[in-house]
Design a protein. Structure first.
Length: 157
């Protein structure tokens, strides 16, 4: 991740109706966010309106969310389901929950109050990457969803 991981961090949507705090309230802050990277799957491209999303995961118990969040569920490229969380007021995409990662919440990096410390460590679903989407040659590239420790097999979604 980064040597400058700040410990507890905060973020929210564009209009300020949704806020979150990660690490300070209900979770020992010694654990850094997990799996920081860029996802190039077509679902993330369509949901973001861009070539990829940048996100990372935290344990569900680590995040305190306030404000109106609506979740939209859809099928994923790995055969499971994804629930994308948006502010009901301004539409900012903030969170993700996947059947592939039970107990974890993905946070969209751009929603953090200070995302400067985050260092993405991989590119996933590169088989769907757009030819105009430049990838850092130093980062590992996975054509699909890699198997992370403790994660169910992709057939589970």
């Amino acid at each position: 991740m980064s040597a400058s991981f700040p410990g507890p961090f905060t973020g929210g949507c564009l209009c300020g109706a949704v806020r979150y705090e990660c690490g300070a309230v209900r979770y020992e802050c010694g654990a850094e966010p997990m799996m920081p990277g860029h996802c190039h799957c077509r679902s993330c491209q369509k949901a973001s309106g861009g070539g990829f999303i940048t996100a990372f995961a935290v344990p569900e118990a680590a995040i305190e969310i306030t404000g109106p969040v609506k979740y939209h569920e859809s099928a994923t490229d790995s055969g499971g389901t994804s629930r994308r969380g948006f502010c009901t007021e301004c539409g900012s995409r903030l969170f993700g929950r996947s059947s592939n990662m039970p107990g974890l919440v993905a946070i969209m990096a751009g929603s953090m109050d200070d995302p400067s410390w985050l260092e993405p460590g991989m590119n996933i679903f590169t088989e769907s990457a757009q030819p105009w989407s430049h990838m850092d040659p130093a980062l590992p590239k996975f054509p699909a969803l890699p198997k992370f420790p403790g994660m169910p097999a992709p057939s589970g979604g």
